[in-house]
Design a binder for this molecule. Structure first.
Ligand code: PAF
Length: 279
């Protein structure tokens, strides 16, 4: 595997490659990321991964400084997955001058759910993804469904800007007890780690209620949040939304079996976890 830091060297290395599949990450790789690499392999060749902790998508009080950085271990894992190039730019490589041009996500998707609780997050994500796409010029790129809204945002951006990159969705990778794998799980104390699967359990319970025909969405969301709060969590949201645009379903949507997803974000101690489940 070639480890490349500069945009120029990356361009030289990838010149003429038309079927590159790209997997952008912020490092601290776990099985979930590796499953993205395996899915990438089914969609083209070569595979290019990136590791870049993108300051633009962190709020001023978020965990940019303490975000886990485990570069050597990550390199070994990617080598084992047959990744051809690891693009690992420094901040100076990717943002040699302040990134003044930025992507402006639409309010209806950008300011809800994660966007409501993390102002500027999706501007930061879409800006870096567009820039990374411009560096790698992939035919396809893989994003996990764990970050459901991010996946939708990237998909819509690719469509509206007519990017020549197909966006591929990868299923969420879970621990045996249901907890979605995330780099942020490593902030959890042993007691919090034992409690953490309760988030997925609540999502599963809500999904089951909807499938059973309990369609008072507001009541379902509120009782799930109250149960989590009762166990010591601080929920930001549990929201039943339409898969197509992440807007709340109307009574008519529910009557017509509109495909739904339930999404959640909640803090356990200092750790903010997100998860979702398609219903
Ligand atoms: O999901 C992530 O790890 C990041 O948001 C991404 C897509 C690599 C952009 O920094």
């Amino acid at each position: 595997m070639k480890i490349i830091t500069s945009i120029e060297a990356l361009r030289d290395q990838l010149r003429g490659q038309l079927r590159t599949v790209f997997v952008p990450t912020m490092g601290n790789l776990h099985e979930g990321h590796l499953s993205l690499m395996r899915l990438a392999r089914q969609h083209g060749d070569p595979i290019v991964a990136s590791i870049f902790v993108n300051r633009l998508q962190f709020g001023p009080n978020e965990d940019f400084d303490k975000y886990p950085r485990t570069f050597q271990a990550d390199v070994e894992k990617l080598e084992n997955e047959g990744v051809y190039v690891l693009f690992a730019p420094t901040e100076k490589d990717l943002y040699p001058e302040p990134q003044a041009f930025r992507v402006s996500p639409p309010d209806d998707l950008g300011n809800i759910l994660e966007g409501e609780f993390r102002p500027g997050f999706f501007t930061g994500v879409t800006t870096v993804v567009l820039k990374l796409f411009s560096c790698v010029q992939p035919g396809a790129a893989v994003f996990g469904k764990k970050d459901y809204q991010q996946l939708m945002m990237v998909r819509n951006m690719a469509k509206q800007f007519a990017l020549p990159t197909k966006i591929i969705a990868a299923e969420t990778w879970r621990a045996e007890d249901g907890l979605a794998l995330s780099s942020r799980n490593m902030y959890l104390s042993p007691a919090e780690r034992a409690e953490a699967p309760a988030l997925y359990a609540e999502l599963s319970a809500v999904a089951q209620e909807v499938r059973d025909g309990h369609l008072d969405i507001f009541a379902l969301e509120h009782s799930a949040m109250a149960r989590l709060a009762g166990r010591g969590w601080k929920p930001d949201y549990i929201a039943i939304r339409k898969r197509v645009d992440l807007q709340p379903p109307s009574a008519g949507d529910l009557a017509q079996n509109e495909p739904l997803v339930v999404l959640a974000a909640a803090k356990l101690g200092v750790t903010r976890l997100i998860d979702n489940l398609e219903i």
